[in-house]
Every structure is written in structure tokens, then in C-alpha cells.
Design a protein around this ligand. Structure first.
Ligand SMILES: N[C@@H](CCC(=O)N[C@@H](CS)C(=O)NCC(=O)O)C(=O)O
Length: 254
């Protein structure tokens, strides 16, 4: 898999006959779908796109031009991580990732909705430090406390059960990035074991899940990407080691 992000003017890679996910390597929403594809042992191709210089063909797969988008048949796509992941879970039921109880599925969605209250704080802290408010810090810890309480009340290793499910693959990409905040000058946003023991154990368990392990990036890597983006020069290709990234002539500015 190439880590190179295709940009405006780059050709769409040839269709390989598999499911194909359009993503950006540092996008938490795209990661949600990658984790679900992995967890379900599906064969897929990944195409990374530069979101500051979007390839024209991205809009054929998602008129909104955002990632993730899933090409489920050649030239046919759906977008939005929640829509994609529910589709995948229903279309490929061999490894079910949601409860068979409609109420539990609804409760999982309610939980994600509430937990995501912490996310605005992450974006402000990581990408807009000047716009970071005391209310962000409060919302951030409220989200973490909510997760810790939910883990305690469910009493299972993961939120879904003793195996991770859609709800876990939905929130984990955010948590992975939250761990970069102390490196970005926000020590008060560290997920301290003394306060969040159950949550830290959950994070460690998630990092060991095979579906996660193969796509996980360290806090240091996320911090580096965030720093580049905050400077206005998002370094999408920082993980790309292929020659193609380095010798490819840059497109001339018009
Ligand atoms: N609700 C969407 C959010 C997707 C999203 O915001 N993706 C970002 C990258 S992390 C994106 O594509 N931004 C570029 C844009 O919207 O132009 C989902 O869950 O898939």
C-alpha cells in the first residue's frame, strides 16, 4: 500500500476489482472505515487523497469531496464513515460488529454522539491553539469521563462486548489522536492513568486488536502531522517512503 496522497491532476489508479476506500492517512473518519474493513477481513484497496489539492475524480465518488468514500462497485460509491460502516456490517454479516438488539445499537449511537463532544476540543487544541477555550477543556474531560463510566457500567473489555465492535472502531481513531495533545503543548489534556485507569486499559487493549494494530499511528506521528497542518503546509506524504513521492516532479503553478 502506497502512503502517497494523490492530488489535483493525478490520475485515478486503475480499478482493482476490490472494494476501494478513498481516504487520507491522518483522517480519523477514514480510519473508522479502515478499521471496520480490517475487522471484517475484507479485501480492499486504499487510495489516499490530498485534501488541500483534491484530485478531480474524488467528486465522482463523493460530491462533497470529503473522505472516506467507499467504491462498492466500479464507479459506484457511498460516503460518510457512519453510512459506510453500517453498510459494510449489513452487507458482510460474517463478522457482525453490532448488537442484534436494536436498543443496544441505538444506545451505541447515542454514546458516540455524546462522546464526540470531546472532539471539538481536540480540533481546537491540535489545529487552532489560539481558539482553545476553557469550555473546550471541560468538554474534553467530560467526554473522557463519559467513556470511562460507560466502560464501567457495561463491564466488558470493549464497549461492544469482550470483542470490539462498531462503537469501538468509531471512537478509537479519536482517542488515538487525543494522545498526541500533551506533545502539542496541552499537558492538561493527557489521559492520565491515575484518573482514567479503566480507559487507559481499554486504549491498550484496542491498540492490540489486529484490525487496529496494522493501521495505528503513534502520538508522535499525529503530533507531527498536526504541526505541519497548523503551519498551513499539511504534510500528507510524511509516511511515504516510495521513490515516487520524492522524484515525482511537482506540478508547476499556473
Ligand atoms: N461526517 C464525515 C466527516 C468526514 C470528514 O470531515 N473528513 C475530512 C477529513 S478528516 C474531510 O474530508 N475534509 C475535507 C473536506 O471536507 O473538504 C464522516 O464521518 O465521514
Amino acid at each position: 500500500m502506497s502512503e502517497k496522497h494523490l492530488a489535483a491532476g493525478d490520475a485515478l489508479p486503475a480499478y482493482g476489482g476490490k472494494l476501494r476506500l478513498f481516504a487520507m492517512r491522518f483522517c480519523p473518519y477514514a480510519e473508522r472505515s479502515v478499521l471496520v474493513l480490517n475487522a471484517k477481513n475484507l479485501q480492499y484497496d486504499l487510495v489516499f487523497v490530498n485534501l488541500d489539492s483534491k484530485p478531480e475524480w474524488l467528486f465522482e465518488f463523493n460530491p462533497k469531496g470529503s473522505v472516506p468514500a467507499l467504491e462498492y462497485e466500479q464507479g459506484k460509491a457511498i460516503f460518510d464513515s457512519a453510512i459506510i460502516n453500517t453498510y459494510l456490517d449489513e452487507k458482510y454479516p460474517e463478522v457482525p460488529l453490532q448488537s442484534s438488539d436494536p436498543l443496544r445499537r441505538a444506545q451505541d449511537k447515542v454514546f458516540v454522539e455524546l462522546f464526540m463532544g470531546a472532539n471539538a476540543a481536540y480540533y481546537a487544541a491540535a489545529f487552532n491553539p489560539n481558539g482553545f477555550l476553557p469550555s473546550h477543556l471541560e468538554a474534553y474531560h467530560k467526554g473522557l469521563e463519559l467513556l470511562q463510566k460507560e466502560l464501567e457500567s457495561r463491564g466488558t473489555k470493549f464497549l461492544h462486548s469482550d470483542e470490539p465492535g462498531l462503537v469501538d472502531y468509531t471512537i478509537f481513531p479519536q482517542l488515538e489522536r487525543f494522545e498526541s495533545l500533551p506533545l502539542l503543548g496541552k499537558p492538561e489534556m493527557a489521559i492520565e492513568k491515575t484518573k482514567y485507569e479503566r480507559l487507559v486499559n481499554y486504549l491498550d487493549a484496542m491498540k492490540n486488536v489486529p484490525a487496529v494494530k496494522q493501521y495505528y499511528l503513534s502520538a508522535e506521528t499525529h503530533a507531527k502531522f498536526a504541526e505541519s497542518k497548523t503551519k498551513g503546509e499539511a504534510n500528507y506524504n510524511m509516511l511515504d517512503t516510495s521513490d515516487a513521492c520524492c522524484i515525482r516532479p511537482r506540478k508547476k503553478k499556473q
